[in-house]
Design a protein around this ligand. Structure first.
Ligand code: 5GP
Length: 175
């Protein structure tokens, strides 16, 4: 159990379970990309630990790059528009694996994937550590999912609460 500011979080997924599941996902990727040379696009900040542990278990040749997603409100009617920051390499004709920490409503990743698709990759798949199916608002094809979880706020292993709590080896849930 940890307390951050006014909130208490209790363990949800152990460090051992996370590592075991990541090894399974990496084996799947190793098989499915055996004859490919993918570019792994890591969405910062939350996916940094997941991406690092996943990458350590990949045996295929791959490149790894990092992006951020900024939100700005273009107009009242269009709502939150996301912009990809930091993608300096061309993804045209490349096999892309987007690595994300958590898919909640799916709105962020849907916009990110739409913008990446416009750049003409050969293929694009998504690897997310966590997925809240009951919160999903936008259909998304999630190829690699670590864990499906309930629609509750989680923290740890890269995910934060108000900037804090990213540095735990396990995942905790708001009590
Ligand atoms: P979405 O666009 O899918 O609703 O949300 C995506 C982003 O919201 C995630 O990348 C993550 O940064 C944040 N997020 C969604 N659910 C949670 C949660 O339970 N805990 C934390 N710490 N962040 C979350």
């Amino acid at each position: 159990m940890i307390t951050i500011k006014d909130k208490t979080f209790v363990p949800l997924i152990s460090a051992e379970a996370i590592q075991a599941r990541i090894q399974e996902l990496a084996e799947q990727i190793n098989q499915e990309y055996a004859d490919k040379h993918p570019l792994i696009v890591v969405v910062l900040n939350g996916a940094f630990l997941f991406a690092a542990d996943l990458a350590k278990n990949l045996t295929i040749p791959c490149e790894i790059t990092f992006i951020r997603v900024s939100s700005y409100r273009a107009t009242e009617s269009s709502g939150q528009v996301k912009q990809i920051l930091g993608l300096n390499e061309s993804i045209e004709g490349r096999d892309i694996i987007v690595v994300e920490d958590i898919v909640d409503t799916g709105l962020t990743l849907a916009q990110v994937c739409d913008q990446l698709q416009e750049k003409g990759p050969k293929s694009l798949t998504i690897a997310t550590l966590l997925f809240k199916p009951s919160a999903l608002q936008k259909p998304l094809d999630l190829h690699y999912v670590g864990f499906e979880i309930e629609n509750r706020f989680v923290l740890g292993y890269g995910l934060d609460y108000d900037g804090l709590g990213r540095n735990t080896p396990n995942i905790l849930v708001l009590e």
